[in-house]
Design a protein around this ligand. Structure first.
Ligand code: GTP
Ligand code: MG
Length: 198
């Protein structure tokens, strides 16, 4: 699938104010700084569409981007950023949770994991919440350019093992991406295309 148009529609912290159109949407979630906004820019060929930063905590709202006039990509704030105050953290977490529990248009969520890191408690907990809430999701291993190609498979195998150890029977579908090199773009867009056809 090709992306021909990508337009920013709205940012907000209230799921009831998200676009009312009943179009399928795909949300990007994961720890702060994992590369959610950069991946949206890579997929849409627009470096300035979603705001990115070297410092964690850049995206603070639910951001809807309309793609090809018929589906949405959704950029979300990261979780697990230690430097925001406890109060901000709980407000964040509440509206992220609300988004996932209430957004019926959500066709699939992508949980982003930095390919360099071992499984983190917060990611495993988040994926358990998604499983319990029966929300379809895939894993995206990001920043693949940061490790050698030979290490990619061993890191994924180690991650799968850690998920098994945390009571997961199987890995959800997963992708490997690099926003700086464009890796994984076609696979991800083709997957979205397939889900859109369902
Ligand atoms: P928050 O909005 O703070 O939750 O972060 P985010 O997950 O949206 O991360 P963002 O896209 O802002 O990227 C964070 C940093 O990682 C930036 O400095 C990016 O340039 C860098 N980055 C993102 N993706 C990649 C990648 O695939 N490869 C490399 N090398 N750097 C990346
Ligand atoms: Mg962001």
């Amino acid at each position: 699938m090709k992306i021909n148009t990508a337009e920013f529609i709205i940012s907000n912290s209230d799921v009831s104010k998200c676009p009312k159109d009943f179009l399928p949407e795909y949300a990007f979630i994961g720890r702060s700084n994992v590369g959610k906004s950069s991946l949206i820019n890579m997929l849409t060929n627009n470096k300035n569409l979603a705001k990115t930063s070297g410092k964690p905590g850049k995206t603070q709202l639910i951001n809807h981007f309309l793609i090809n006039k018929n589906w949405f990509l959704v950029d979300l704030p990261g979780y697990g950023y230690a430097k925001v105050s406890k109060k901000t953290k709980s407000v964040f977490q509440q509206f992220i949770t609300d988004y996932f529990e209430r957004r019926e248009q959500l066709a699939c969520a992508f949980v982003l994991i930095d390919i360099r890191h071992e499984a983190q408690k917060i990611d495993i907990e988040f994926m358990s919440f998604m499983g319990e809430s029966e929300i379809p999701f895939c894993i995206i291993f990001t920043k693949a350019d940061k490790i050698s190609k030979t290490k990619i498979d061993s890191h994924i195998a180690a991650y799968r093992k850690q998920m098994f150890a945390n009571n997961w029977a199987e890995m959800p579908p997963y992708f490997v991406t690099s926003s700086s090199e464009g890796t994984g773009k076609e696979q991800l867009l083709n997957y979205i295309d397939e889900v859109n056809q369902e």
